[in-house]
Ligand binder design. Structure first.
Ligand code: NAD
Length: 500
């Protein structure tokens, strides 16, 4: 690929942002909201204004629901494989625009283009292709009831689905929600996060080139003014949400009031267990990935609690610090950058608050890693140095609460049972990883860990065809597989034909 200067990449992303400014996507068209209210969107790397964004409210929700309701029956009547083919076609369109989507994402999210945004844009196309290919698996069973009657089940769409997104991986999360919902014959209204409305809106606009109007709609706005009326709307038959535990609980209440199903992917405080026999270098390299340092730790599966056998603890900390020191913090558009910015001022304040709280903890040492960018233009950016804490106890808020920043705690343990007890002593249960050369010990750990996604000798991000979701406060329901599409986006109807 021809390497463009960061300035040129930013300029082209700003041009696209200007085109999308103030718009929502309803009934196949980019339109202004009824009242025209907008809010400012700022570049987290410079605080410069990117554009203004439509601040949709309940009246826009009404329009989006009307469009989605009108489109859904016709969409559901298409043979499932035809819906799948449309998604696969959509995947091709998005793949052809992957660089454009990646630059838009880098602009609004502050995530580095090379290490994060390009991968995310490519994943979106992959997700659409995966679920598009599963369309013919939306089928029922025949039931051997008795001679002379035919008993069977069929899978039917639920209707209008609301998909509410967070800001950390907005494009990917949009894809893993809309693809199974659409293939199953539902129509969808996406509510983007306040901080990251642009890449999502552009991707949906592109998908509308291959989808019937009204099948996929996008609203932007805040949680109270737009998200809440959307999830509470009586005609919204299903809510799929990724975000904080607090908001997840509000949405669950709203769904309970009208008795509709929800999928909730919430927070995490994921443990990484490095046992005494682990390959130290592999574990250290794995921790850099596990902690998602190149995403500024803004990941629900980030290994923010690293439990290391006491015999390896000091060497592990030294090697991890040296590995993180090598990462380059800088302009998200610069090809040399590994780590971009925190998403926003409030989030930066929150991360810094935890770092300060950690520094004050008795016996704690904060190992500050890497260097902040020296470039003057970035002085206003929401950059923060990664911090590895040692001497922090699992009872401390830094070890218990989700920080959603580049902050991890390395804690020593003496026995396997102690490590499992610390790992499970958390309100969350999203992901965990175990690092050992002993498969028997690994299998005992897998059984003992209370987490929805356990990996041994790796700690990758969730991937297609592997069921994904949390235990405890980390959520309800699963995503990313055929089964999750069937369970979460269809209803099973039982039928008995009696012509005896
Ligand atoms: P958030 O809960 O603040 O917001 C998420 C979305 O919900 C936004 O679009 C927001 O506008 C909307 N919202 C807020 N209040 C609402 C309401 N009352 N009704 C309806 N919608 C409402 O989360 P965030 O800060 O954007 O994202 C960070 C959180 O997301 C972290 O806790 C992180 O762990 C979680 N997350 C989880 C996963 C996962 O797969 N489990 C993945 C990514 C992020």
């Amino acid at each position: 690929m021809h390497i463009k200067a960061p300035k040129d990449l930013r300029v082209s992303a700003l041009g696209m942002a200007e085109r999308l400014a103030g718009k929502v996507l309803v009934g196949g068209e980019l339109v202004h909201t009824a009242h025209g209210r907008q809010f400012d969107l700022r570049d987290p790397a410079t605080q410069d204004l990117i554009c203004t964004v439509a601040d949709a409210d309940a009246s826009d929700v009404e329009k989006a629901v009307a469009a989605a309701r009108a489109a859904q029956p016709g969409w559901a009547k298409l043979p499932a494989r035809d819906r799948g083919k449309r998604l696969i076609e959509g995947s091709r369109v998005l793949a052809a625009h992957a660089e454009e989507l990646a630059t838009l994402l880098a602009l609004e999210s502050g995530k580095a283009l090379r290490t994060e945004c390009r991968l995310e844009a490519a994943t979106v196309a992959d997700v659409l292709q995966f679920f598009g290919g599963l369309a013919s698996e939306i089928k029922g069973e025949t039931v051997p009831l008795r001679s002379g009657v035919l008993a069977y089940t069929q899978r039917e769409p639920l209707g209008v689905v609301a998909a509410v997104l967070p800001w950390n991986v907005p494009l990917m999360l949009m894809a893993i929600k809309i693809a199974p919902a659409l293939v199953a014959g539902n129509s969808v209204i996406v509510k983007s996060a306040e901080e990251t409305p642009l890449a999502v809106l552009r991707a949906a606009e592109l998908l509308n080139e291959v989808l019937p109007a009204g099948v996929l709609n996008v609203l932007s706005g805040d949680g109270v003014g737009c998200g809440a009326p959307l999830v509470a709307h009586p005609q919204v038959a299903k809510i799929t949400f990724t975000g904080s535990v607090e908001t997840g609980k509000l949405i669950y209440k709203s769904a309970a009031a009208k008795l509709v199903p929800v999928t909730l992917e919430l927070g995490g405080k994921s443990p990484m267990l490095v046992l005494a026999d682990a390959d130290l270098d592999k574990a250290v390299a794995g921790a850099v990935v596990a902690m998602r340092f190149t995403r500024q730790g803004q990941s629900c599966t980030a290994a923010s609690r690293i439990l290391v056998h006491r015999s390896l603890h000091d060497a592990f900390v030294e090697k991890l610090k040296s590995a993180v020191d090598k990462l380059v913090i800088g302009d998200p558009f610069d090809e040399a950058t590994d780590i971009g910015t925190i998403i926003s001022r409030p989030q930066l304040d929150k991360v810094r608050g935890y770092i300060e709280q950690g520094r004050r903890a008795k016996g704690a040492i904060a190992h500050d890693c890497a260097r902040l960018p020296a470039e003057g233009r970035l002085a206003q950016g929401f950059f923060v140095r990664p911090v590895i804490f040692t001497g922090i106890d699992n009872t401390h808020p830094v070890a218990r609460e989700e920080i959603f920043g580049p902050v991890t705690c390395v804690m020593p343990f003496d026995s396997f049972d102690e490590a499992i007890a610390i790992a499970n002593d958390s309100d969350f249960g999203l992901a965990a990883s175990v690092w050992t050369r002993d498969i028997k010990v690994a299998l005992v750990a897998v059984d003992a860990l209370q987490a929805g996604f356990v990996q041994v000798n790796q700690a990758q991000v969730a991937g297609l065809n592997i069921s994904y979701g949390g235990y405890k406060q980390s959520g309800l329901g699963r995503e990313l597989t055929l089964e999750s599409m069937l369970e979460h986006f269809t209803a099973r109807k039982s039928v008995i034909l009696n012509f005896d």
